[in-house]
Design a protein. Structure first.
Length: 169
């Protein structure tokens, strides 16, 4: 009796190898894309934190002067510079006046930031001679530079912080 033996191949075919390579490439591209976007969002979050801390620093320092209309962040000698407010620029109705009619700029972590400080006398008490003044800091930054892709458009959603100070007459 003669039996035919079948050879069982334990190797992969070229088609199976090509399919496996395509699947690995798709997975690698997906991982790289995820890493790129997570790094981009991390840089944006870091810029937002820096903008918030900058606004908080300025508000606390301004508040320590009693909300003086003569306050100037350039006196801190931390790299703040000032320029006049562009024509037609407003911070909104609730803010009132723009401090010194200036826009302040500073570059932190290679990201240029634009800061506008505003104040508004909310309420005055003639009997006690006190005034409640609202102090507001609005910080915007160059969006493209914050995420490392260049570009000079300002971010669509600035950081806006507000505090209050009591002025004694």
């Amino acid at each position: 009796m003669y039996m035919e033996s079948k050879k069982v191949s334990k190797a992969f075919t070229l088609t199976e190898m090509m399919i496996a390579m395509v699947m690995i490439c798709i997975a690698a591209v997906g991982i790289l894309d995820y890493q790129y976007h997570s790094a981009k969002h991390q840089r944006l979050a870091q810029t937002q934190i820096t903008a918030s801390r900058t606004a908080q620093l300025l508000l606390e320092d301004w508040k320590s002067t009693g909300g003086s209309t003569a306050y100037n962040p350039a006196n801190l000698q931390l790299g703040f510079s000032s320029s006049s407010v562009p024509t037609g620029f407003t911070m909104g109705e609730s803010v009132g006046g723009i401090l010194n009619n200036c826009v302040y700029t500073v570059t932190i972590n290679n990201v240029p930031m634009v800061i506008v400080l505003g104040f508004n006398n909310i309420e005055e008490d003639a009997v006690s001679g006190t005034t409640l003044r609202q102090l507001t800091a609005m910080v915007r930054w160059k969006q493209g530079q914050a995420i490392g892709s260049g570009g000079n458009t300002l971010c669509p959603s600035p950081v806006i912080l507000t505090t209050y100070v009591r002025l004694d007459g």
